[in-house]
Write a protein that binds this ligand. Structure first.
Ligand code: ARG
Ligand code: ZN
Length: 433
């Protein structure tokens, strides 16, 4: 009885708080802030490391500088404190998302049970469990063309499955690799991997481009490189980025898997501080997720010609290097491939993607998978940042999935066709005179 009274009291207390917050119009929000002075930069750096806020853009406070837009997620309970602080320092802000909770609800709603719903499976976001089921089903429904390969497991011991699409049995076939969801909160990424697999299986022999690509290359798809983090964004914290491994020294959790690869590891643009969002880990490939991917690619490097990693958001087609300002030896070729892909997106979808070498286009970010793959010898190596440019950020509504994936798909096809062209031994040797 005492327990019941206590529970009711607690319930009353909490409903009262959330009611009060709602009455004052307080929700979890995303603010856009552009600091104008060094003082404002310092205040923002401070704010973003406190009050349970989550920095959306840039990925870490160290990249905040004058005149560049910051996107900051502010939970309802720190909203007032944060806004007061900004005001005290005469920092103006815009509200990018007035009610983030509503968008999160929209992203996690599963209307598959509703027969009136017109959206397909691929136009919704899926929990990790659903993704595992989908992997299973996809393999079972396509026994002659899809294989699943267990390449390792996560730090919380979840399996890492790669789907191998092999649409014909030509000897000595080349291959391409796509991974999605290195960063947990970038939900459009796993959605793209599923989209790509579905499209490949459905449009082989229907669409000329995908047919040509799949005739010449097998495709390895890792739908969720960071399953622990992804699961955590569904259950506990929608804004989580890193994996979920526990640091022995600090008690902080998570390594940024895209700073954990062996490419100028942990130099400028990464952090050796375990609590940082861009923590590089204890040593290169210290994390089971990055090690599994690296091991797999090392043992398939003779066939894999094209490496692609899918992220969000900001709409960019990036290629190495991100770990140094130096240019890669085939910079011109990669630049032209990215340019052609961006032009196709613009022509068919009226959308703008930036393109270029990572370090010069966004920031120095060492230890990334794309740079590592390049250094391994995979000369066509890219990272795509999908939609959008900040309107919804990581909370891209499900109704946008189809467009976001289709425009990314056209970019993948454009580049893959070029890779086939460049890496294929001519079937008929040119005539000699
Ligand atoms: N936003 C991505 C990140 O911070 C950029 C990836 C570009 N490539 C890279 N190797 N950093 O990880
Ligand atoms: Zn990312």
């Amino acid at each position: 009885m005492i327990h019941l009274t206590f529970a009711l009291l607690l319930l009353y207390y909490y409903s009262h708080i959330s009611l009060r917050l709602a009455q004052r119009g307080l929700h979890d929000q995303v603010l856009s802030i552009t600091p104008k002075t060094q003082e404002q930069v310092d205040v923002l750096k401070n704010v973003s490391t406190q009050y349970e806020t989550a920095l959306w853009q840039p990925a870490s406070p160290q990249f905040i500088k004058e005149e560049t837009q910051v996107h900051l997620f502010v939970p309802a309970n720190s909203s007032e404190t944060v806004k007061d602080l900004l005001q005290t320092h005469a920092i103006t802000h815009e509200v990018l998302l007035a009610n983030a909770n509503e968008l999160i609800e929209m992203q996690t709603r599963n209307d598959s049970g509703d027969p009136r719903s017109s959206t397909t499976f691929y136009e919704r976001y899926h929990s990790l469990e659903d993704v595992y089921d989908w992997i299973n089903r996809t393999q079972q429904d396509n026994p002659s063309t899809v294989k699943t390969i267990l390449i390792g497991s996560s730090s919380e011991k979840r399996p890492l499955y790669v789907l191998k699409l092999s649409l014909n049995n030509r000897p000595d076939k080349k291959a391409m690799w796509i991974d999605c969801g290195i960063h947990a909160r970038e939900w459009i990424a796993p959605a793209f991997c599923l989209w790509f697999v579905q499209y490949s299986l459905g449009f082989y022999r229907q669409n000329q481009d995908i047919t040509h690509i799949l005739d010449n290359m097998d495709v390895y798809v890792l739908p969720v490189m960071n399953p622990d983090g992804y699961q955590y964004t569904w259950t506990t914290n929608r804004m989580w980025r890193k994996n979920r491994s526990v640091s022995k020294s600090s008690g902080c959790i998570g390594v940024d898997l895209n700073r954990n690869f062996d490419a100028n590891w942990c130099t400028e643009g990464a952090s050796n501080e375990p609590c940082s969002e861009i923590y590089c880990g204890e040593f290169p490939e210290s994390e089971p997720e990055s090690q599994a991917v690296a091991d797999f690619l090392r043992s398939h490097k003779d066939s894999v010609q094209f490496y692609l990693s899918i992220h969000s958001y900001s709409q960019m087609l990036l290629f190495p290097y991100s770990c140094t300002l130096e240019e890669v030896e085939n910079h011109r070729v990669l630049f032209e491939m990215a340019e052609e892909a961006a032009q196709k997106i613009r022509r068919y979808y009226k959308n703008t993607y930036k393109y270029g070498a990572g370090a010069k286009t966004i920031y120095l970010a060492p230890g990334g998978s794309d740079d590592w793959a390049y250094k391994l010898g995979i000369k066509y190596s890219f990272t795509f940042e999908l939609q959008d440019r900040g309107r919804y950020g990581f909370l891209l509504p499900p109704s946008h999935i189809s467009r976001a994936c289709n425009e990314a798909l056209i970019a993948v096809k454009t580049i893959a066709l070029r890779v086939v062209e460049k890496t294929q031994a001519p079937t008929n040797p040119p005539p000699t005179f």
